[in-house]
Design a protein around this ligand. Sequence first.
Ligand SMILES: [Zn+2]
Length: 276
Amino acid sequence: MSLRPSAERPEGRRRPDSPLVERFIASPNHTERRGYATPDCVILHYTGMPTGAAALALLRDPASEVSAHYFVWEDGRIVQLVGEDRRAWHAGLSVWKGERDINSCSIGIEIVNPGHDGDLPPFPDVQIAAVIALLRDICGRRAIQPERVLAHSDIAPARKRDPGELFPWGRLWREGVGHWVEPSPIVEGPILKRGAEGPPVRALQAMLALYGYGAELSGVYDKQTELCVAAFQRHFRPARVDGEADVSTVETLRRLIEALNPFAPRSGEKVARSAG
Ligand SMILES: [Zn+2]
């Protein structure tokens, strides 16, 4: 593998940004951040490849044009590939709260896991503990808001499923990282799904957009809405990821919004009640 000169500086010359990093192993795949002096969100990924070594090689290959700031092995070791002041290339086409250049405003963390294509094995405890420690460090140093620790699937629902529905967002939240509420129980009731139209669908889309998702307020429960709901479920109601807005999904979304802003309208109830 040939690397550009910028990547050939001896390891250790560049000081890691986090004291939790074992080694700085430079990737050449980064540029200047555009319009952001400092990152204000963190995007979590799984590597989605058969081995961590293969993923690490890809993230350092100039031809791949992908990278991330941090890389967390199954055994909890953390390496840094790109300085936090630089724009790593991990988000791709994505949107959150209307922002489309997520690479410029984020820090990307790759978590070694073969992902959906590798039958989605659970994340080892020691690996999750390392991710939590790293997030505490980054969010503390950078004053990043809890609700801005996001999944790749949150910002690119049509393209990405990582880090997947087995990623323990609830544990992160209990240990002081990220934004989460205990999911509302799955119960019988009205369900909004593909083909539905009208004000309840538009209200659901408005709630998704209010939280940050790139949902269009079309009033039509189309493929895009379904993917957006599935992304929401992967993160916040992982017991059933089917892209259908059941009462539990809508209620969980409503409570998340309310937890951010106690004065938010309680529109979720109206969506659920009129959905039939
Ligand atoms: Zn990803």
